[in-house]
Design a protein around this ligand. Structure first.
Ligand code: ADP
Ligand code: MG
Length: 379
């Protein structure tokens, strides 16, 4: 097990194009932490993981694993184990042979190999399957073998690149829970890449949110923090929009009143909303954006409906356990996560409440103002 630290790491695949893929990535990953890299497709998650593994050069900056400088150390000497999305197992070998193969290459003695494979297969529940060939396994079982092949190496750091994205939805949930259990059992440092923010929220001790690098931006590391920290206190609009499902609602607005612990904004749709944020670094008249999560909107008679907006219902989805109401508020899209069987039909006029404590607010540069409250609508 080991710490991993990245200092001002940059990646440029082709210096002649002057276009970086990753810039100014600073991370301090502690021994035993489960870290998830999340971000839209193409933002550089795999690149960053592959640089840690040693499969990709680091253009500039510094990578340390434990206390050792790793930039120029070949992959096999880094003692990291990697599991990919496609779990290329050897088709002609049974599971035991698949898991033993890497250790045999390292000329490890047979008794140690057996012990390690038995231990991994015990952890992963593969014991009854050890004599089978990969083609006799389900997708989830094959992915477990790929993880087992990694565990037997006893790496200092586990690197997972979207390991569940080839599995169907039900199996993904099951494997997600197994990976969480595995981390508890092994207590090892895990760095895990996904574009699925639910996987990120449920697995991570800390999440790294990456965005596609804007030319001219100082960095494309948007935020590094615990899942709930990102949910309640996103640093900027990108993180606010990426974490949470369905996505946060955003409305353009203007600051009309600034107090010590809250402020009032006038939405582009005309309504005034009181938001529990400290906007003292801005001034009245500044353009801002209000953010409100679908699960924080309330019915208009709710005790927390301190501000209200009215719109026209476009579509209602009844999912049994909850309903999603998609509304048009004078040209702005609003999603309202409502109670089961909430009565709202396309064309209805609907007023929803915006609790003061549930508001997020972003400045012209899409940076968040500090929130002064946290909100939970309750059941
Ligand atoms: P992600 O894993 O977040 O989807 P990647 O790290 O695979 O993103 O890719 C990030 C960017 O780097 C993409 O624009 C991709 O086209 C580019 N890229 C990835 N690998 C290479 C490569 N070997 N050569 C040149 N460009 C690459
Ligand atoms: Mg990738």
């Amino acid at each position: 097990m080991a710490n991993v630290s990245l200092n001002a790491v940059r990646k440029n695949y082709d210096e002649t194009l002057h276009k970086d893929t990753l810039r100014n990535i600073n991370l301090d990953i502690k021994e035993g932490e489960f870290i998830v890299f999340v971000g839209p497709s193409g933002c550089g998650k795999s690149t960053l993981l592959r640089m840690i593994a040693g499969l990709e050069d680091i253009t500039s900056g510094e990578l340390k694993i434990g206390d050792s400088y790793m930039n120029d150390v070949p992959p096999v000497e880094r003692n990291v184990g990697m599991v990919f999305q496609s779990y290329a197992l050897y088709p002609h070998m049974d599971l035991r042979e698949n898991m033993s193969f890497g250790l045999k290459l390292k000329k490890m003695d047979a008794a140690t190999i057996k012990k390690r494979v038995d231990n991994a297969s015990d952890i992963l529940g593969l014991d009854p399957l050890l004599e089978r060939k990969p083609k006799e396994l389900s997708g989830g079982q094959r992915q477990r073998v790929a993880i087992g092949r990694c565990i037997v190496q006893q790496p200092n750091v586990f690197l997972f690149d979207e390991p569940l994205s080839n599995l169907d939805a039900a199996l993904r949930v099951k494997m997600r829970i197994e990976i969480a259990k595995l981390h508890k059992e092994l207590q090892s440092t895990i760095i895990y890449v996904t574009h699925d923010q639910v996987e990120a929220m449920t697995l991570a001790d800390k999440i790294v949110v990456l965005s596609p690098l804007d030319e001219g931006a100082d960095s494309n590391l948007e935020q590094f923090g615990s899942p709930l920290d990102l949910y309640h206190n996103p640093d900027n609009k990108f993180v606010a929009g990426f974490i949470g499902s369905p996505k946060m609602n955003f409305v353009d607005a203007t600051l009309v009143e600034i107090n010590a612990k809250d402020c009032v904004v006038e939405l582009i749709t005309g309504e005034r909303v009181t938001a529990a944020v400290d906007a003292n670094r801005a001034k009245v008249g500044d353009a801002v954006q209000l953010g409100i999560r679908p699960e924080h909107l309330v019915e208009s008679e709710h005790e927390h409906a301190q501000s209200k907006v009215t719109g026209i219902v476009q579509v209602t989805e009844h999912l049994g356990s909850e309903s999603f109401v998609y509304m048009d508020v004078k040209g702005c899209d609003f999603t309202f996560k409502a109670r089961p069987e909430f009565p709202a039909e396309a064309g209805d006029q609907l007023t929803v409440g915006i609790p003061t404590n549930a508001c997020y607010l972003f400045d012209e540069n899409e940076l968040a103002f500090q929130r002064t409250a946290k909100y939970n609508r309750g059941a």
